[in-house]
Design a protein around this ligand. Structure first.
Ligand code: ZN
Length: 181
């Protein structure tokens, strides 16, 4: 499990203590030592795309930590008020400035070690020109044999790309749900 991260009550600002609440709960929660507010912590969604132009895939070189300088598929944390697909499209625009049409859900990966669920959609680029935002050093297209496997930022990116090329070889794209321990 990820390390506890809450120190102060979001309601009154007092210190919290991690303990099992008295309401029949079975997990330790951040409970305010003054107003007793219970702060629940749940997994976050990371949403992104596999953007494709002809037989090439778009990758972005990260200009932010963690993994500065490593290559990634465009992805980021889902925002309140948007759907997973909208979030994936927004992140793709922010990080690459690409023009594209969203496709089907491709991978769903639970990453319990960091308390995250990552979802990637396929996306069809409608132009090979990009305008990366400040979070990206460079956005470019890669043929399969050019993919910098040793320079990818995250295992979820590697697993998604591996499945993308496997599915493309057999000529049929599925939705892949699996866990990353
Ligand atoms: Zn409080």
């Amino acid at each position: 499990m990820p390390a506890p991260t809450i120190r102060h009550c979001k309601r009154c600002g007092s210190a919290v203590a991690y303990r099992v609440p008295d309401d029949g709960d079975t997990r330790e929660r951040a409970v305010c030592t003054v107003c007793q507010t219970i702060h629940y912590e749940n997994p976050l969604n990371v949403v992104g795309t596999v953007p494709v132009w002809q037989d090439q895939v778009l990758l972005c070189k990260r200009n932010i930590e963690p993994r500065w300088g490593k290559w990634t598929l465009p992805a980021g944390f889902m925002e309140l008020g948007e759907t997973t697909s909208q979030g994936a499209a927004r992140e793709t625009i922010e990080e690459s400035g690409a023009q594209f049409e969203m496709g089907a859900l491709f991978t769903v990966m639970s990453v319990p070690r960091v308390g995250q669920v990552h979802l990637y959609y396929r996306a069809q680029l409608t132009s090979p020109r990009f305008a990366p935002g400040h979070e990206t050093l460079e956005a470019r297209l890669f043929h399969e044999e050019e993919i910098p496997w040793e320079e990818l930022a995250f295992r979820t990116v590697r697993e998604t790309l591996m499945r993308y090329f496997e599915d493309r070889r057999r000529g049929h794209f599925d939705t892949h749900a699996f866990d990353i321990e």
